[in-house]
Ligand binder design. Structure first.
Ligand code: FE2
Ligand code: FE2
Length: 160
């Protein structure tokens, strides 16, 4: 069984985020399966996972800016940290071919993702719902007052 599988507990009732998160879970499982296959299979699955995660995080960060979050906030910081680790592991895999490092990455991401989705991403989805935000157009049906201060935290309980 995959280290991470989709469950209703991961659903945030925000269609764009939920479909991206479904893909995240599927691509992580594909990477895990590739670990039992050939080197080119790992190369391809890891590249697809990195590329998808870059888009996934960039989308959420763009939406946060559109919702009035400060560009620098703990949600974006956490994305940056995860991407840094991902790129380091990707580079080490391509230079040294250490399968155990990729295996460890899969295990760590499988633990990290549900916590992130249920805290920071859930807070983002809630703010999107509150403001009637359309992620496709970037428009808000209920924008806050124009003099409202930027949201400096991420809105989740885990935000220090
Ligand atoms: Fe996310
Ligand atoms: Fe996120």
């Amino acid at each position: 069984m995959a280290a991470l599988t989709w469950s209703d507990a991961l659903a945030l009732q925000q269609p764009r985020m939920d479909s991206t998160h479904h893909e995240f879970v599927e691509l992580l499982a594909a990477l895990e399966r590739a670990l039992g296959g050939s080197i080119p299979a790992v190369d391809e699955a890891l590249a697809r996972f990195v590329e998808h995660t870059e888009r996934h995080f960039a989308d959420e960060e763009r939406w946060m800016v559109g919702l009035g979050f400060a560009a620098q906030n703990c949600h974006a910081y956490q994305h940056a940290h995860v991407l840094q680790v991902l790129r380091e592991v990707d580079g080490l895999w391509r230079s040294e071919g250490d399968l155990n490092l990729v295996r460890q990455l899969v295990g760590e991401l499988a633990k990290w993702f549900p916590v992130h989705a249920q805290s920071m991403d859930a807070a983002l989805a809630q703010t999107m719902a509150e403001q009637g935000f359309d992620p496709d157009t970037g428009l808000r049906a209920r924008a806050p007052a124009t003099d409202a201060a930027p949201i400096t935290g991420c809105g989740s309980a885990s935000c220090a």
